[in-house]
Design a protein around this ligand. Structure first.
Ligand SMILES: *Cc1c(COP(=O)(O)O)cnc(C)c1O
Length: 362
């Protein structure tokens, strides 16, 4: 079997050893003679799996006890609806401030605008989202219910290196494309959410880390299954949870722990990204998309000096087993998504190819 180096942005590659283990265990979970996707979510075996997953998240990330872990349907974009429903009523003004750093940030802001008074507190749209905009939290109205940002901008290849200190106003972060890839100071956040399919598991579900004091403020017309309190009261099982997604995430987290957890992963991710950014910076043939001070370590976006060569680049890369390097349809060019599961060898193979391709076509 030939496995490619998969640079797709999401659903993205998972560690091969995790996939192999899932394959081995698929017909017979824990000696039960049934698959993990064939047993009741109310069984003691599944409850244990869910609790173990909670423990792994806390152990690996250092999540404090005053945060609740929720597993919520609908991946990241359903949280664009859930967040305003759950948090706008923290203040009667129903105001929220959104930091606009790309497509997903805009989608989140537009969805929230259907429910409250939403402002754009900072934006980098004028430079086509090639950077993180300056933002001074002192400019926020004190009656703002929450501030929303997208920590890593998957399409434009930027990230917040440092997070703003919004004081008493809860900071909400969409971390879909980087949760569990870097260490976090949870003190700065009120709520963090991530669709699983970039760094943590299969698509269809979101992990939501929410400060307990923010539960119980949902707008009265909030649908039951968008209300985070419903999930918190029922260990995320008010109805049938996505059992397969929980199982896969559990395996990914076990793998992450074996790799040395976040300190080791953070170091490796920085090295992987630097290898590719250096290849871009050291060759006029390539142009990095993001401002160097705001570069993502998960999604490396770049262009060929001569964009008519894009297709040739992508075709030849594919022949070499370097898969899904096409940039998002909104921006074109090339994007190498290098989440936790991408080994250094994959980044090296890409860099070798980039150098050869530049030599032959430059
Ligand atoms: C991929 C991605 C999403 C996608 O949302 P889904 O509902 O999971 O499809 C949202 N936000 C960010 C930052 C992403 O990278």
């Amino acid at each position: 079997m030939n496995r490619v180096y998969n640079f797709g942005a999401g659903p993205a590659m998972l560690p091969t050893s995790v996939m192999e283990r899932a394959q081995r265990e698929f017909l017979d979970y824990n000696g039960m003679g049934a698959s993990v996707i064939e047993i009741s979510h109310r069984s003691k075996e599944f409850e244990a799996l869910l609790t173990h997953t909670d423990e792994l998240i806390r152990e690996i990330s250092g999540l404090p006890d005053d945060f609740e872990i929720l597993y919520v349907h609908g991946s990241a974009q359903l949280q664009f609806s859930a967040v305003p429903h759950n948090l706008l009523d923290l203040n009667p003004a129903h105001k929220a401030a959104y930091l606009e750093t790309g497509n997903f940030a805009s989608l989140a802001r537009k969805e929230a605008s259907r429910f409250g008074n939403i402002t754009v507190a900072a934006t980098s749209e004028s430079s086509n989202f090639d950077r993180i905009p300056d933002f001074d939290p002192a400019t926020l109205d004190p009656d703002t219910s929450y501030v929303h940002l997208t920590s890593n901008n998957t399409i434009f290849g930027t990230r917040w290196n440092q997070f703003p200190d919004t004081g008493k106003i809860p900071l909400v972060a969409d971390m879909t494309s980087e949760l569990m890839s870097r260490r976090l100071d949870f003190n700065k956040f009120g709520l963090i959410f991530a669709g699983l399919q970039k760094n943590l598991g299969p698509s269809g579900m979101a992990a939501v880390l929410i400060r307990k004091e923010l539960l119980g403020h949902a707008l009265p017309n909030t649908p039951n299954l968008l209300n985070y309190e419903t999930y918190a009261k029922n260990h995320s099982m008010p109805n049938t949870i996505n059992t397969f997604a929980v199982y896969m995430m559990n395996l990914v987290l076990q793998w992450l722990k074996e790799q040395g957890g976040l300190p080791a992963m953070e170091t490796l991710n920085a090295q992987k990204a630097k290898l590719i950014y250096d290849a871009i910076d050291n060759n006029d043939f390539y142009i990095g998309s993001a401002h160097p001070d705001h570069r993502s370590e998960m999604n490396v976006c770049f262009n060929l000096q001569d964009s008519t060569l894009d297709k040739k680049f992508l075709d030849e890369a594919q022949v070499r087993g370097l898969y899904a390097l096409k940039g998002h349809r909104l921006v074109g060019g090339i994007r190498a998504s290098i989440y936790n599961a991408m080994p250094m060898a994959g980044c090296q193979a890409l860099v070798d190819f980039m150098q050869e391709f530049a030599q032959q076509n430059g």
